[in-house]
Design a protein. Structure first.
Length: 877
DNA sequence: CAATTCACGC
DNA sequence: GACGTACGTGAATTGT
C-alpha cells in the first residue's frame, strides 16, 4: 500500500475559515467559526485522502530566520483579530481529539516544516498532499507532491499537480521562487523588482527559465525600462528569492514515523464537539446528535380538558391557540384549542368548541379581549366554521416579528425560549416530523396546546413592554393587527379564476412547447432534457462549441443573460429562450394555478405578514405577487383572474414611484422634492441632472440608464448590480452613482448619515418605527459589511413604503365600509391594490381609492396613485 | 429531502 | 485589490 502524507498549513487554513464564515458563537460565548471551518475541512480531508500520515504545522511566532535577512519581512500586516487568536488554543485541543499531530518550530514558519517533511516523504516514496491557502507553497509541487489551495472560502479548492500548475500559472514549481523574486509579494512585504508584476515575471521566465539566466542575459531582455529596473534592483530580487524560498532542511524534531495516522477515537472527538457546540458535526462522525437537550423538565401544569364550554371559562383576557398541523389554514383541520387565562390552562376539543354557542358568542364578543398567536390564521380558521373572531388585540407572532424580524423562528416555543417562557415543547417533539407526523393521544395534545396558550398569556406584558420601549406598540395595535384582519378577509374571500380560460392556455402552450422541443432536438442533433442545465451545458458549450461566458459551481451557466449573449451565434439559442419563457408560464403559472383552485373556482393565497425583513408582505400557495406582466405572452395569464360576480370589474390602483417619493421625503433632498412637487417624469428628471442636458436633448438611452440608477437606489443594489443591469463596467456604474449623488446631494447626505446612525444605534427604522437590526455593519468582511450598509440605506425606503400601503389598506377597508360600498379588496402587490367591485361603483372608486391612498400619510412630497379597471385583471391596465 | 439552477414580480 | 452582491416564491432536476 502506498503511504500517503497530508500536511496542513494550520495558520493559513484557520485564517481562511475565519474570514469565510460568520462569527459563530457557541453557548459559552466563544467564537468558533475558524475552528468550525477547520473541522469541516479536516473531516473532508480524512474522508477523501485517507492519509496514513498527517501533520498540522503552525507558525511559531513573530520573528523567523527570514527577519535576519530582511527585518521588514511580513511588515505592515494587519494584526490577527483577537476573535481569531482566541481560537488557536481550542484548535490545538481539537486536533488532539482528532489524534492529529501538530507542530511548530521556533524561528521557522509552517511552510518550512511542511517543505522539510514533504521532501523527506518523497525520498521515502510517499504520496504527499499539502493543504493551504498560500500560493508560496506551490514551489513544492512535484510528481509526488500535490498542493491543494483554497480558492474562495474554504469549501472550494484547486489541486495543483505539475500539469495544473503549468496550465494555471504558466510556470513550473521551480520557477515559483524566481517569480516571487521578480514580482514580490505584498502580503509578505517581499519587495521583488518594483514595476514587475505577475505578467512581466511570467513573460521573463518563459523566455529565460530562471532568475539567474535573466541576469546573465540581461541585454536580451526586451523593453528598456524593464531592463533598467532589473539592473537597479538585482539585490532586491535575490533577497526576495531567498525570502520566498521554503527551507526544506529545517531542523525539525519530528520524523515521519512520529506522525503516522490511525484515525480518531469517536468518543473523545464527540466530547470536544459537544463542548464546542458543533451539534451538526456529531452525526458526521457517526455519533447521534443530541437527543433534545436531555428532555428538559417542564414545570408541571394543570390542564383542564373542557367537555362543555361555559361562559365562566372566559375572563375577558384570554389567550387562545387554534392548532393546525399544516401551513395552509384554508384547508387545514383544526386539531383543538388551547386556552389560558388568570384562572388556568385549558384544552377545548374541536367538536366541543364548534358545537358550542357559548364559545361562538365569546369569540364574537368585541368586549372580550383575545390574545393569540398568528391572528390571521386564527381568524380564517374560525371563519371556516362560521365564527367571526372579534377584538383579537394581541398577537405574539406579529409582536415577535416587530421586535426583531430577523429571528428565524417565530413559533410559540421558539419565542417562549427566547423570552424566558420555556415550559413548552417544540411542535416536532409532540407531533414528530415529515411522514411520521401525527397527533398524539388527547392528554399530550391537551397539555401541549395549553402550554402554548400559557406562553402567549404570560408573554403578552413582556412583549408589549418591549414594543413600548421601542415605540412600536402603535405599529402593532394600529397597523399590523387591523391589517391582519383585513388580509384574513381578503384571503378568505379569494380571487375568482376562469378555469376554462386557463385550460385553453394550457393546451395552446403545450402544443407550442412540443414544437419548440422538437426544433431544439433537431438543432442539437440529439434528444435531452431541456429543463436540465446539466444536460444542456455540454450540448451548447462542447458539442456546438459555443463560447463559455459564465460558469456555476457545478458546471456551465445557461441562465438567460448568458444565452442572450449567445443569441447571434446559433439558431438554437432563440428557441431555448422561448422554451424557457413558455415553460415557466406553463409549469409555474398555468399548472401551478390549476393546482390551487378550490371547488368554487377561487384562489386563496396566504399573505405572510411576519416574514420579510423590510416589512413588505409576501404571498404563497400561490404567490399572486409575481404574476407575469412585462411580456405580453405572460401578461395574458391575467385574463384568467376575473371578478366573482356578474357585472363586477377588477379595479387596480398603484402608487407611482412610491419609494422615490419616500426617499425624497426622508432624505429631504430639495431637488427630488421639487421634482415630485412639479409632478415631473422622475427618470427623465434624473437623466437631465445626471447627464447635464436640457429636456430637449434627452435621449431614450439616457432615460433608460437613469431609470436603472433610480431602481438601484430603491433596491439598494451595488455598483456591481448596476453594472449588470446596464451592461457596463463596474467603474462606469460607480461613475453614474457618483454623478447621481452630485445631482442629489440631499440623497448623498442621507445615505451617509443613515449608515453612521445605524452603526451607532445598531438598527434602522421606517416612518412608522419598524426596525431592522444590522449587526453586520461592523463586520470585517468587506462583502458582508457592504451589504449591511446598502441595507441600512434601503430598508427605511422600502419599509416606509410598505408601512404606507399597509395603512392605506386599513383606511380603504374602513372607507369602503363607511361608504357602504360593495367593493372588496382582493390583493396587495407591494405598491398596488387590487379590488373587485360592481360596475355601478366604478365612478365612486375612481375618487375614493386614490383619495384614500394619496392621503393616508402626509409626506413632504405628494403621493400619486394611478388606477384602471376592466373585466379581468389583464384589462385593468 | 435538500441543494442547485432558473425565472417571475416589485 | 479581492471579495460577490435587492427581496421574495416556486418549479424542475439531481444526488443523498
Amino acid at each position: 500500500m502506498t503511504k500517503k502524507l497530508v500536511l496542513i498549513d494550520g495558520n493559513s487554513i484557520a485564517y481562511r475559515a475565519f474570514f469565510a464564515l460568520p462569527l459563530l458563537n457557541n453557548d459559552k460565548g466563544i467564537h468558533t467559526n475558524a475552528i468550525y471551518g477547520f473541522t469541516t475541512m479536516l473531516l473532508r480531508i480524512l474522508e477523501n485522502e485517507k492519509p496514513t500520515h498527517m501533520l498540522v504545522a503552525f507558525d511559531a511566532g513573530k520573528t523567523t530566520f527570514r527577519h535576519e535577512t530582511f527585518k521588514e519581512y511580513k511588515g505592515g500586516r494587519q494584526k490577527t483579530p483577537p476573535e481569531l487568536s482566541e481560537q488557536f488554543p481550542l484548535l490545538r485541543e481539537l486536533l488532539d481529539a482528532f489524534s492529529v499531530k501538530h507542530y511548530q518550530l521556533s524561528q521557522y514558519e509552517a511552510d518550512d516544516i511542511i517543505g522539510t517533511l514533504a521532501k523527506q516523504a518523497e525520498q521515502d516514496e510517499f504520496e504527499v498532499k499539502v493543504i493551504s491557502g498560500d500560493k508560496d507553497l506551490l514551489q513544492l509541487v512535484s510528481d509526488k507532491t500535490t498542493i491543494q489551495l483554497t480558492r474562495k472560502g474554504i469549501s472550494e479548492t484547486d489541486s495543483y499537480t505539475p500539469d495544473f500548475l503549468l496550465e494555471n500559472m504558466e510556470v513550473t514549481a521551480d520557477q515559483i521562487v524566481d517569480m516571487k523574486a521578480l514580482m514580490g509579494d505584498s502580503s509578505d512585504n517581499i519587495p521583488g523588482v518594483p514595476g514587475v508584476g505577475q505578467k512581466t515575471a511570467v513573460k521573463l521566465l518563459k523566455q529565460f527559465q530562471t532568475l539567474d539566466h535573466i541576469y546573465e542575459q540581461l541585454d536580451e531582455v526586451s523593453g528598456k525600462s524593464i531592463k533598467q529596473k532589473l539592473a537597479d534592483n538585482k539585490d532586491s530580487a535575490y533577497m526576495s528569492r531567498e525570502l520566498a524560498t521554503i527551507d526544506t532542511k529545517a531542523p525539525i524534531e519530528v520524523s515521519l514515523a512520529d506522525i503516522n495516522y490511525d484515525g480518531y477515537q469517536t468518543p473523545a472527538l464527540s466530547t470536544v464537539f459537544k463542548d464546542l457546540g458543533f451539534q451538526s458535526l456529531l452525526t458526521r462522525i457517526g455519533e447521534e446528535g443530541e437527543t433534545e437537550e436531555v428532555s428538559q423538565e417542564l414545570a408541571p401544569l394543570d390542564v383542564t380538558i373542557v367537555d362543555e364550554v361555559k361562559s365562566e371559562l372566559f375572563t375577558g383576557e384570554d389567550a387562545l391557540v387554534v392548532e393546525m398541523l399544516t401551513d395552509n389554514y384554508h384547508t387545514a383541520q383544526v386539531e383543538g384549542f388551547g386556552l389560558a387565562n388568570a384562572n388556568g390552562a385549558y384544552f377545548i376539543p374541536s367538536d366541543v368548541a364548534y358545537n358550542s354557542d357559548v364559545f361562538k358568542e365569546w369569540a364574537q364578543d368585541s368586549s372580550k379581549s383575545k390574545w393569540v398567536f398568528d391572528v390571521k390564521r386564527t381568524v380564517v380558521a374560525l371563519l371556516h366554521h362560521g365564527i367571526t373572531l372579534e377584538n383579537a388585540n394581541f398577537d405574539l407572532l406579529l409582536a415577535s416579528y416587530l421586535i426583531n424580524a430577523s429571528e428565524n423562528h417565530h413559533d410559540i416555543p421558539a419565542i417562549g425560549h427566547r423570552l424566558g417562557m420555556k415550559d413548552v415543547l417544540y411542535d416536532e417533539e409532540v407531533y414528530g416530523k415529515g411522514a411520521k407526523m401525527k397527533v398524539p393521544e388527547v392528554e399530550a395534545l391537551a397539555e401541549h396546546l395549553a402550554r402554548k396558550a400559557m406562553v402567549i398569556y404570560n408573554l403578552k406584558p413582556e412583549a408589549e413592554a418591549k414594543l413600548s420601549e421601542n415605540e412600536q406598540l402603535e405599529l402593532l395595535q394600529n397597523l399590523e393587527l387591523p391589517l391582519a384582519a383585513i388580509l384574513g378577509e381578503m384571503e378568505y374571500l379569494g380571487v375568482q379564476v376562469d378555469v376554462e380560460r386557463i385550460q385553453e392556455m394550457k393546451e395552446q402552450l403545450g402544443g407550442r412547447l412540443t414544437e419548440i422541443e422538437q426544433k431544439v432536438y433537431e438543432l442539437a442533433g440529439e434528444e435531452f432534457n431541456l429543463n436540465s442545465p446539466k444536460q444542456l451545458g455540454p450540448i451548447l458549450f462542447e458539442k456546438l462549441g459555443l463560447p463559455v461566458i459564465k460558469k456555476t459551481k457545478t458546471g456551465y451557466s445557461t441562465s438567460a443573460d448568458v444565452l442572450e449573449q449567445l443569441a447571434d451565434q446559433h439558431e438554437i439559442i432563440e428557441q431555448l429562450l422561448l422554451y424557457r419563457q413558455l415553460g415557466k408560464l406553463q409549469s409555474t403559472y398555468i399548472e401551478g394555478l390549476l393546482k390551487v383552485v378550490d371547488k368554487d373556482n377561487k384562489i386563496h393565497t396566504r399573505f405572510n405578514q411576519a416574514l420579510t425583513q423590510t416589512g413588505r408582505l409576501s404571498s404563497t400557495e400561490p404567490n399572486l405577487q409575481n404574476i407575469p406582466i412585462r411580456l405580453e405572452e405572460g401578461r395574458k395569464i391575467r385574463q384568467a383572474f376575473v371578478p366573482s360576480k356578474d357585472n363586477y370589474v377588477i379595479f387596480a390602483a398603484d402608487y407611482s414611484q412610491i419609494e422615490l417619493r419616500v426617499l425624497a421625503h426622508i432624505a429631504q433632498d430639495e431637488k427630488l422634492i421639487e421634482a415630485f412637487n412639479e409632478d415631473m417624469d422622475i427618470h427623465s428628471r434624473t437623466a437631465m441632472d445626471v447627464f447635464h442636458v436640457e429636456e430637449k436633448d434627452l435621449t431614450s438611452n439616457m432615460r433608460r440608464q437613469a431609470k436603472a440608477v433610480n431602481f438601484g437606489i430603491v433596491y439598494g443594489i451595488s455598483d456591481y448590480g448596476l453594472s449588470q443591469s446596464l451592461g457596463i463596467t463596474r467603474k462606469e456604474a460607480q461613475q453614474f452613482i457618483d454623478r447621481y449623488f452630485k445631482s442629489f446631494p440631499g440623497v448623498k447626505t442621507y445615505m451617509e448619515d443613515i449608515v453612521q446612525d445605524a452603526k451607532q444605534k445598531g438598527f434602522v427604522t421606517t416612518i412608522m418605527n419598524r426596525r431592522r437590526y444590522l449587526p453586520d455593519l461592523t463586520s470585517r468582511n468587506f462583502n458582508v459589511r457592504s451589504f449591511a450598509e446598502r441595507t441600512a440605506m434601503n430598508t427605511p425606503i422600502q419599509g416606509s413604503a410598505a408601512d404606507i400601503i399597509k395603512k392605506a389598506m386599513i383606511d380603504l377597508a374602513e372607507r369602503l365600509e363607511t361608504e357602504q360600498m360593495e367593493a372588496k379588496l382582493l390583493l396587495s402587490v407591494h405598491d398596488e391594490l387590487i379590488l373587485e367591485a360592481p360596475e355601478s361603483e366604478i365612478e365612486k372608486l375612481k375618487e375614493v381609492v386614490p383619495d384614500v391612498m394619496e392621503h393616508t400619510v402626509k409626506l413632504d412630497v405628494p403621493l400619486k396613485v394611478d388606477y384602471s379597471y376592466g373585466k379581468t385583471w389583464y384589462d385593468a391596465k
